[in-house]
Design a binder for this molecule. Structure first.
Ligand SMILES: [Zn+2]
Ligand SMILES: [Zn+2]
Length: 375
């Protein structure tokens, strides 16, 4: 079917002409006005044509590639429904504004395209896996479009797919007699709950939902440098959309197990190194564990407790960069021996006596200086 023909306009019709033509046709075929059995279907076609031709972007695609082009571009030409149109706009002039049932009593259209829900999955990875990244197989559960019915929710072979109560409009008119006269109100069709679809013709597999829950294994690539609490978006792995709406996304939340040896802040690694007081006094070399393996460090002579040694570029590879890495900071913990061997004690005592003499000598020099200054 040709959208221009449906609206009865020329191929080069202006936006205004299209709007005018649509309003006229919509009033003519609206199922609340037109009781012909095919009025609802006609009305949908009109809406569909208008929805496309009133949108410059969609109209261009349609002109070039037709209806198939629209679905290839991600639009669903069948997504149109009456609820997409502001009915008060169409009917205000027709009913002289005295028809309150449409604008006031209009609910959200159950057949409008609806994006699928986003899903969240929490996974735990090791400290080093977070530093260096990994490929991980994860198992997810989500709603997938029902293949049996092409996600329409309707049995392909069913004859009466349109709700017999409302003729597919999703709403029914009710007349109430009052002393002021007869009032007409429009309510959601109780038989189809406003979908316009016949529940008897629902797809046997998905029972009208258009989607079924499925378990699926997917592989995700966790980049190096990822941090605890990061969220990774996996596009289109959320739940399937409704009425041709697109899929939701899956968000994988990363939990990083803490490490016994290392602490991490951003891309920097922190650890502690215990050394003896002799190593601190005299200086030494030691091997330390980094996330990249063992690395030698030089302990300078006279190292103090809590001093920090930096291993440049031995930290975590930056997220999104293959060349840059953080640093590894080592905090020195000087350990004082609690027990000494006899020989150790003897040597320490000699050192002790020596250091006392040094202090005395210093005192002597001070005395001499004082007397020289005449104090
Ligand atoms: Zn109905
Ligand atoms: Zn189905």
């Amino acid at each position: 079917m040709d959208y221009y023909e449906i609206l009865g306009v020329e191929k080069n019709a202006s936006k205004d002409d299209i709007k005018k033509a649509f309003r006229q046709k919509a009033r003519q075929y609206h199922p609340d006005v037109n009781k012909a059995p095919d009025a609802a279907e006609k009305f949908k076609e009109i809406g569909k044509a208008y929805e496309t031709l009133s949108d410059d972007n969609k109209r261009e695609i349609y002109d070039r590639y037709g209806e198939d082009g629209l679905s290839n571009a991600g639009f669903n030409p069948n997504s149109f429904n009456m609820g997409d149109i502001d009915l008060s706009d169409i009917f205000s002039s027709f009913f002289g504004g005295g028809f309150g049932g449409f604008s006031g009593g209009y609910e959200r259209n159950p057949n409008a395209p609806e994006r699928g829900d986003d899903l969240r999955l929490d996974i735990e990875i090791d400290f080093l896996e977070a530093c260096f990244g990994l490929e991980k197989d994860i198992k997810i559960r989500h709603l997938e479009a029902c293949e049996e019915c092409n996600s329409t929710g309707m049995d392909k072979n069913a004859k009466d797919s349109i709700c017999p109560t409302c003729n597919g409009a999703g709403r029914v008119q009710k007349s109430t007699q009052t002393i002021l006269g007869s009032f007409t109100s429009v309510t959601t069709c109780p038989h189809c709950r406003g979908t316009g679809k016949n529940p008897k013709a629902f797809c046997k597999k998905c029972h009208g939902v258009g989607a079924i829950e499925k378990e699926k294994n997917i592989k995700i690539k966790i980049p190096h440098g990822i941090e605890h609490g990061s969220k990774m978006r996996v596009a289109n792995e959320g739940n399937a959309g409704k009425n041709g709406g697109r899929c939701g996304d899956l968000y994988v939340v990363i939990h990083v197990k803490p490490s016994k040896e290392f602490a991490r802040n951003g891309f920097d690694i922190y650890s502690e190194l215990e050394i003896s007081c002799l190593q601190a006094i005299l200086g030494d070399e030691a091997m330390v564990k980094t996330i990249h393996g063992e690395s030698p460090v030089k302990i300078p002579q006279g190292t103090q407790n809590e001093d920090r040694i930096t291993l440049k570029g031995q930290g975590v590879p930056y997220l999104g960069s293959d060349s840059q890495k953080g640093n590894h900071y080592i905090t020195i913990k000087v350990v004082i021996p609690k027990k000494l061997s006899q020989q150790e004690e003897k040597l320490y005592r000699e050192l002790f006596v020596l250091s006392k003499q040094q202090t005395k000598n210093q005192d002597g020099i001070l005395d001499k200086m004082k007397s020289a200054l005449g104090k």
